[in-house]
Design a protein around this ligand. Structure first.
Ligand code: GLY
Ligand code: MN
Length: 463
């Protein structure tokens, strides 16, 4: 938990941005896995954490924009809870730590909202993503659960996005901590990446390292020698010499701030020449982003410049042909990189995605580009100092996509299908770092950059 003033400031700034009414921010409840008392690891709602700081289930926060009053609703534990959980602090004491003086039992939330509704006051809430909170909003506000997302407040969404997008120094410190855990996770994956080892064994080590620092992974580990499948959660294969292992994994710090890194390494510890050639193109693309990302440029621009680096490299390898600018404009490079360069990161690994990607990654000035590949870019808008974004270009040889494009004659002026055919057994490479936008540029997050050059990776794998 941060100092009390951090939460007070954030709520004051939110109130300043809102025109009136009540703001309701629901925390999360426990989520049963297979029966009520056997729950998934508790994960608090990120906006609740951001404004109200309490990392426990069963709370809600309310801000009265007109009077300025702030409330936390939640229940004190009873003797039964104390027997199973041990003594717990009182809600009023926890609320005081985040600067909220008014507390009440959770059941009083309904009364508070009913009174506001009776008086015709607007109640602003964020789009819920858990069924529990959809049902709760139905109970509290009388909006059918299937419609609650539609009735979420755009004014509140925009205000929350504006605040959470620009990271404070205390947040950067937490993200840096999560990145340092990511370093441990990825170097352990490199050291264990040997022929004959099961992917799941390494995925388990990676997840265990995140857990051992007191928290968990920031999303389910992606780890596979079939790295051409972008989000491959199948870890059932035995690693084979000559293949590449792609690991996309991050940590969630105890504070719930995230990291997200991808490294791709050769099973057995030495890149082949063919692997090195493609790897160095993706690395150049990754480095290009950090070189040009700075306040005032759009990340859509950075994405497209990075795609040009990829296309230029692939042209030099004989996989692409023709004019690079035209190829990227046409979207031919997306055969190899059918995803965007990156996303915002913070309390969520895809920060604020629950609030609607269009409001997080785009604005009136920068609109999404509706073209295969670039349409998957989650973050496109103009960068500001304090934004934390991922930089994650990749190059994949997806046999089904190659077959489809070839059959349809897609972009044949830019693609050398005969040569591409010979790479169908290659797999995929992605290199992902987390970057902070700073005055005049950007910098990597984490005390040390996770080994990334061919030489650095081979050195770690040889240890
Ligand atoms: N690292 C997983 C993702 O960004 O989707
Ligand atoms: Mn990512």
């Amino acid at each position: 938990m941060f100092e009390t003033s951090v939460y007070k400031n954030r709520r004051t700034r939110l109130k300043e941005k809102m025109s009136g009414g009540l703001v309701l921010i629901l925390g999360n409840g426990e989520a049963p896995a297979n029966y009520t008392d056997n729950t998934y690891k508790f994960r608090q709602d990120s906006s609740f954490l951001y404004f109200f700081g309490l990392n426990l289930p069963g709370f809600a926060g309310v801000l009265d924009i007109d009077s300025g009053e702030e409330y936390i609703f939640g229940d004190d534990v009873d003797i039964d809870d104390i027997i199973w959980m041990g003594p717990q602090p009182q809600v009023k004491d926890m609320a005081a730590k985040v600067g909220v003086a008014r507390t009440a039992p959770f059941a009083k939330l309904a009364d508070c909202l009913r009174e506001a509704i009776t008086r015709g006051r607007r109640i602003h809430f964020l789009p819920p993503y858990r069924y529990r909170n959809m049902l709760l909003i139905e109970d509290l506000l009388g909006i059918h659960h299937s419609l609650v997302k539609k009735y979420a407040s755009l004014e509140l969404i925009k205000a929350v996005v504006a605040l959470r997008s620009v990271k404070e120094a205390c947040e950067i410190e937490e993200i840096t901590g999560a990145c340092n855990i990511g370093y441990e996770m990825h170097t352990a994956a490199m050291r264990n990446c040997k022929p004959g080892v099961k992917e799941q064994y390494i995925a388990g080590i990676v997840e265990g390292i995140a857990a051992s620092y007191g928290s968990m992974v920031s999303f389910p580990v992606i780890l596979s020698q079939n790295g051409e499948t972008l989000h491959n959660h199948d870890h059932s294969q035995i690693l084979q010499k000559g293949r590449l292992m792609l690991t996309d994994a991050g940590a969630e710090a105890v504070s719930s701030y995230c990291s997200d890194f991808t490294r791709t390494v050769p099973v057995g510890g030495k890149f082949t020449d063919r692997q090195k050639d493609v790897y160095n193109i993706v690395l150049a693309a990754n480095n290009k982003a950090i070189e040009i990302a700075k306040p005032g440029v759009t990340y859509q621009y950075v994405h497209l410049e990075v795609c040009k680096v990829l296309a230029q490299g692939l042209k030099e390898l004989g996989l692409m042909k023709g004019n690079v600018e035209d190829a990227v404009k046409a979207g031919a490079h997306a055969l190899f990189m059918p995803h965007g360069l990156g996303h915002m990161m913070g309390l969520d690994v895809h920060d604020m995605e629950d609030l609607g990607q269009i409001y997080v990654g785009y604005d009136d000035e920068t609109r999404p580009i509706n073209q295969f590949g670039t349409s998957s870019l989650r973050m496109g808008r103009r960068l500001q100092e304090g934004f934390v974004i991922t930089d994650e270009p990749g190059c994949y040889f997806i046999p089904a996509l190659i077959d489809q494009w070839k059959e349809q004659g897609m972009h044949k002026d830019f693609l050398n299908y005969d040569k591409i055919e010979t790479y169908k057994d290659f797999g995929g490479i992605r290199i992902e770092d987390d970057i902070l936008i700073i005055p005049g540029g950007s910098r990597f997050l984490g005390d040390r950059r996770t080994p990334v050059t061919v030489e650095e990776i081979e050195a770690v794998m040889g240890e």
